[in-house]
Write a protein that binds this ligand. Structure first.
Ligand code: MSP
Length: 516
């Protein structure tokens, strides 16, 4: 059976991970978990991009060997993703032998086919961006934009990949595959970019200038350009005999940020694969960026980055995951602020969900000896809640299929609020005071209904907040069935379950933030 193969961008290890890195991995984790729950066999690859000038420079700054530097930083990234509960199946590092071997194999193949040639390069080079610059990259006053850092004039031989020869092919491919890039407006941007003629891609760096890279198999005096190296991770992670293994490849989605679509993923990568005789991935999913308030970029150089660990330590992993997925419309940008985080945390998690969990568990303890009773009478309020559930589930699942996770969460929390509304309406605390048989029957119904509705609500939250779902299941004395679609049916499966009161999932912010 072909796996549903998902990848993320592999992160540069020249600084600690920040909110943007964390977001992408959580987003893909949500997709992976959702697909597994839908019955797909998922293969989920993440990793680190460890070669290149920036890494070499960072290691030198710390006075340690590059390998030691990348070992330490890659471990930091991996630790964060483990902490975030990212359910990756494989973690690839571009310094690993299994990756380097495939990069060299593909380079050799392209060289043998005459797709790579040697030529003299004369021009300008930005070390910060590891990029050759053109006259058109200059500002009107003749200087270079700040993003390029120090720009030097160089003249050196290099190896070039015949990108331009494939331009027409790529345009035709994109026109014939309208769904290659999601969201669609991104595909249009790529076609716009391809209106200008492409230059062949310089895929080497002389070793005397850059040591930290994969030597070219046909000329060891050069190392491989970092993008040519990094992109290959998607196939080296699933490589078989001279080709990616067919149970994984073609990948179903490469998930990347908007900054690395054009040209690396939408131009270099498809052409590299096509020229090497390898099938293209099925699609690219392009997410937007987390910005600071006012649309400012998070920047390592100004130190204005949001450290995910601070938020996780204070509010828990699931609160952090929830915020990221709830606030971001996949494909668009979103602004981060602590106030926004706190307001989501308080209103949705501590109040709506936290209250519901407390009430459902505590009332079952108080009025039914901690055992979920069987629902007796079913009247209008119960029927209404069940009908709302059916709509919520169908809509949310459909929204997740279209990557509209923020809306799926919105619908789920509308349902959670509706359960709280149902509890207000039924007021079990009043029914509990009455000895009348009809009131006692209604009390049992209301306890059974709120427990079941809570079980369903957290089942829908599982891809985003897996630990929360598990904790609530445990407190409800519930063992889930293997099929998620069965788990999403309104049922009497909780009847007789022994619940445990006292679960505090999301402490009130006053406590969470301590004295602040
Ligand atoms: N190493 C390259 C990717 C190679 S893929 C073959 C790279 N690394 S990165 O560390 O700079 O970025 C990794 C991913 O994080 C990218 O997809 C990038 O878009 C994403 N993000 C980095 N900052 C971000 C935000 N502020 N917001 C959301 N995602 C952002 O590029």
């Amino acid at each position: 059976m072909k796996s549903f193969y998902l990848t993320t961008a592999i992160d540069y290890v020249n600084g600690p991970p920040h909110l943007g890195h964390a977001y992408e991995k959580v987003l893909v984790d949500v997709i992976a978990r959702f697909r597994r729950m839908r019955g797909d066999q998922v293969h989920f690859l993440i990793g680190t991009d460890e070669h290149g000038q920036k890494v070499q420079m960072s290691a030198r700054k710390r006075g340690i060997p590059a390998q030691q530097y990348v070992d330490e930083t890659a471990a930091e990234f991996r630790a964060l993703y483990d902490r975030l509960n990212v359910s990756y199946d494989d973690f690839i590092r571009t310094t690993e032998e299994r990756h380097q071997r495939v990069v060299r194999e593909i380079l050799q193949r392209l060289h043998d086919k005459g797709e790579i040639y040697r030529a003299e390069y004369h021009g300008f080079y930005s070390t910060r961006q590891e990029q050759f610059l053109l006259e058109k990259d200059r500002l009107p006053d003749g200087t270079w934009p700040e993003i390029y850092g120090e720009v030097t004039e160089i003249a050196e031989p290099n190896y070039f990949f015949k990108l331009r020869a494939y331009q027409d092919w790529l345009v035709g491919y994109l026109q014939a595959h309208e769904d290659f890039i999601f969201p669609r407006f991104r595909q249009k941007q790529v076609l716009e970019f391809l209106k200008e003629p492409l230059n062949d891609l310089c895929i080497s760096r002389p070793r005397e200038r850059l040591e930290w890279g994969i030597p070219l198999p046909f000329d060891e005096a050069f190392v491989t350009y970092v993008w040519f190296d990094a992109l290959v991770n998607y196939v080296s992670g699933v490589w078989g005999e001279g080709a990616p293994r067919t149970e994984f490849w073609p990948a179903d989605f490469h998930v990347i940020g908007k900054d690395i679509l054009v040209p690396p993923h939408a131009v270099y990568w498809p052409i590299m694969l096509h020229a090497a005789g390898i099938e293209l991935p099925k699609a690219l999913l392009v997410h937007g960026w987390w910005l600071l308030k006012g649309g400012q970029k998070m920047s390592k150089s100004t130190g204005e980055v949001v450290n995910p660990l601070d938020l996780i330590d204070r509010f828990g992993v699931d609160a952090f995951r929830y915020f990221l997925i709830r606030e971001m419309n996949v494909g668009q940008d979103s602004e981060y602020s602590f106030e926004l985080f706190l307001s989501r945390y308080t209103s949705d998690l501590a109040n709506d969900l936290g209250n519901l969990v407390n009430r459902a568990l505590n009332m079952t303890g108080r009025y039914a000896g901690g055992v979920v009773p069987a629902a007796g009478v079913v009247e209008e309020p119960e029927r209404e809640l069940q009908a709302l559930w059916n709509r919520t589930r169908d809509e949310a699942v459909q929204l997740c299929e279209g990557f509209q996770f923020h809306l799926a969460l919105d619908r789920t929390f509308t349902f959670i609020k509706a359960i709280n509304g149902y509890i207000e309406k039924r007021a079990p605390w009043k029914l509990g005071k009455s000895a009348a048989a009809a009131d006692q029957a209604l009390l049992r119904t209301s306890l059974a209904t709120m427990a079941e509705a809570l079980r369903l609500g957290v089942t829908l939250l599982a891809p985003v907040m897996p630990a929360t779902t598990e904790k609530v299941y445990a407190a409800l004395g519930h063992t889930p069935v293997p099929k998620w679609s069965d788990e999403l049916q309104w049922s009497a499966s909780l009847t007789g379950a022994k619940v445990q009161a006292g679960l505090v999932l999301f402490p009130r912010p006053e406590k969470a933030v301590g004295s602040k």
